[in-house]
Ligand binder design. Structure first.
Ligand code: PBG
Length: 327
């Protein structure tokens, strides 16, 4: 079965995230998970965001959940010397993200929504989002590996696997692999419309995922591409069985968000990416000034048509009770 409409209704957490009344109910906080214990390492380019080991992450997320922040997106961060060209780390079921998924599922049951990143850029030594042969990213071989990675994340308890790679045909391949492995209730958050953007800098720093040479322009969309190409990407992923369609980055692409919302039938997510977050913090290092800017940006996302907003601002919005969060 390619499309399972029940996936977005499967748990109370998913219903709250996708269909909750308040703007704040659709927020998702990204996290960077590392091996070790007691690790809580600030990321210089992303003020307020840390790389955390599973034990520390568990504590932080318990506080988030207590405030009502139910959406969490996990990215693994690995030591350079453990990586190889084929990304074998991504196929292990004891990596930091996979262990975090198991622990958080155990801690919170169905009340949280856990999204697991599925991409090869954090596990390959060359930093590309797939298998590379003579300077070219091999689409179909990469898709096979992504599907394996997705099944491992599903097994560990992910609500949604986040396919952030932009290979052709991966949504269908992942859906089929999940079905074959019996994960009928695991959803697919597709980075359906992802641009080759200059706004990802701080993330690549945080995740150690920069390509050693070259760039991502042979698979991510050209920022100059017309809206109709973005709509086609989103429609294809919808047909292939994506449960949520994401547009990324967010701020420079709100026209795309509106068009994709109008042309498709699945919930729409935006990724308010690292460079966008860093700009806000550079302008307003103090919380007082930041509030109005953050609120204005979130309203912009909602007005453009976002149902779900992945943003590094999520935790602060909840701790400070902005946008009516926690009322
Ligand atoms: C890669 C991935 C990227 C981000 C999320 N997943 C970066 C990239 O494509 O290089 C960026 C997120 C951000 O900038 O906050 N799979």
């Amino acid at each position: 079965m390619d499309v399972r409409m029940r996936i977005n209704r499967w748990t109370s957490g998913r219903r709250a995230l996708l269909y909750g009344d308040a703007l704040a109910s659709g927020l998702v906080q990204p996290h960077f998970v590392v091996d070790g214990e007691g690790v809580d390492e600030p990321i210089a380019s992303l003020p307020g965001i840390h790389r955390q080991s599973v034990d520390v992450l568990r504590q932080r997320i318990a506080e988030d959940v207590a405030m009502g922040l139910v959406g969490h997106m996990l990215f693994p961060v690995h030591a350079e010397h453990d990586k190889d060209p084929e990304g074998h780390l991504g196929l292990r079921n004891d990596g930091p993200m996979i262990r975090a998924l198991r622990a958080l599922r155990e801690d919170h049951g169905d009340t949280v929504v856990l999204m697991a990143d599925v991409c090869m850029c954090t596990v390959t030594d060359h930093g590309h989002c797939g298998h590379v042969h003579e300077g070219t990213i091999l689409n179909d071989r990469t898709v096979t590996s992504l599907a394996e990675m997705a099944v491992i994340a599903a097994e560990a308890g992910a609500d949604y696997v986040g396919a952030s790679d932009m290979m052709d045909g991966r949504v269908h391949a992942i859906r089929v692999a999940l079905e074959d492995a019996g994960h009928h209730g695991t959803g697919l958050l597709s980075y359906a419309v992802k641009f080759a953007s200059a706004f990802y800098g701080p993330f690549r720093d945080a995740a150690g995922s920069s390509p050693r040479k070259g760039d991502r322009r042979s698979h991510q969309m050209d920022p100059r591409a017309p809206v109709k190409e973005a709509v086609m990407e989103a429609r294809l992923d919808e047909e292939e069985g994506a449960d949520v369609l994401m547009v990324k980055p967010a701020l420079a692409y709100l026209d795309v968000v509106a068009a994709v919302q109008a042309a498709t039938h699945r919930p729409i997510a935006v990724y308010n990416v690292s460079g966008e977050y860093a700009m806000v913090h550079a302008q307003h290092p103090d919380q007082d000034g930041r509030r109005a800017v953050v609120e204005e940006i979130m309203h912009g996302f909602r007005r453009a048509g976002a149902d779900v907003i992945v943003t590094y601002h999520a935790r602060e919005i909840f701790t400070e009770g902005w946008l009516g969060a926690r009322t």
